[in-house]
Write a protein that binds this ligand. Structure first.
Ligand code: ADP
Ligand code: ADP
Length: 223
């Protein structure tokens, strides 16, 4: 069955309606690109699906379980146990080394330090980051930092990876490389991906694309 089912999701920030009845289904293992103009509601939709924001109306089911009605601690556990995240500006913890950043989700899930660091380290070869384990985020290029963020998003083998403009801070060639690795790694472990972007080229990496316009999800006119 579907991994994500969102029905008629609505959310306003004060007087500003960000989502106005967004309906979306994402199959397990699918890579979905969520496109649309700036301010159309893409990030808000992603934050609702990921249990970061609670909608005013509608329903969200993840793997058959209703999640929009969960309280904050249950949503926090859901994010920790089932989801991975990649944001526009890597958002690595600057005080930690690259490998410690990648190990974080495993440590939060209760994995012992030695095993977490070993598992995290395994991602460095896979993502063309060989030898950079001990660097801090300030010592990495934008593309390297974004690949470290990607490893952190996938290391705990989440059911769903939520990526919000994961290449937005990168030049186009570096961005292509990160996207290529993101999609290949997710497919390898069967992770469902929801990637929000305003960049048309991202759609080429996805199984399907939807457009968010004025807070609603629509299919592309041509695909
Ligand atoms: P997109 O990701 O497509 O650029 P967003 O989901 O960020 O769109 O924003 C949708 C609308 O909601 C915009 O009008 C935006 O200004 C507004 N918005 C988003 N987040 C907030 C917030 N925290 N407070 C107030 N308004 C917000
Ligand atoms: P993105 O759409 O890529 O997430 P934004 O710059 O739109 O980036 O939003 C960055 C942060 O600011 C988000 O947490 C969003 O919820 C918040 N935000 C966006 N628009 C507004 C707004 N009009 N007022 C307050 N916060 C906003």
């Amino acid at each position: 069955g579907p991994m994500i089912e969102a029905r008629e999701v609505a959310l306003s920030f004060g007087e500003t309606p960000a989502l106005r009845g967004a309906t979306l289904t994402v199959d397990a293992g699918e890579v979905l690109a969520v496109m649309g103009p700036s301010g159309s509601g893409k990030s808000t939709l992603l934050h609702c699906l990921a249990g970061i924001l609670v909608p005013d109306a509608g329903e969200i089911h993840i793997a058959g379980r209703r999640v929009d009605t969960l309280d904050e601690s249950a949503r926090s556990a859901l994010r920790r146990d089932e989801f991975g995240f990649v944001f526009q500006f890597g958002q690595l913890v600057p005080e930690l080394t690259a490998v410690e950043n990648v190990a974080l989700p495993l440590l939060l899930a209760g994995t012992r330090r030695r095993a977490a660091v070993a598992e995290a380290s395994g991602w460095f070869g896979r993502l063309d980051l060989e030898g950079l384990q001990q660097r801090r985020s300030g010592e990495l290029s934008g593309g390297q930092a974004q690949r470290v963020a990607l490893a952190r998003g996938l290391v705990a083998r989440p059911r769903v990876l939520f990526a919000d403009e994961p290449t937005g801070s990168l030049d186009s060639l570096t961005g292509e490389h990160v996207l290529d690795l993101l999609v290949a790694s997710a497919r390898e472990q069967g992770t469902t991906v929801v990637v929000v972007t305003h960049e048309a080229r991202v759609a080429a990496y996805a199984d399907r694309e939807v457009i968010v316009r004025d807070g609603k999800v629509t299919a592309p006119v041509l695909s």
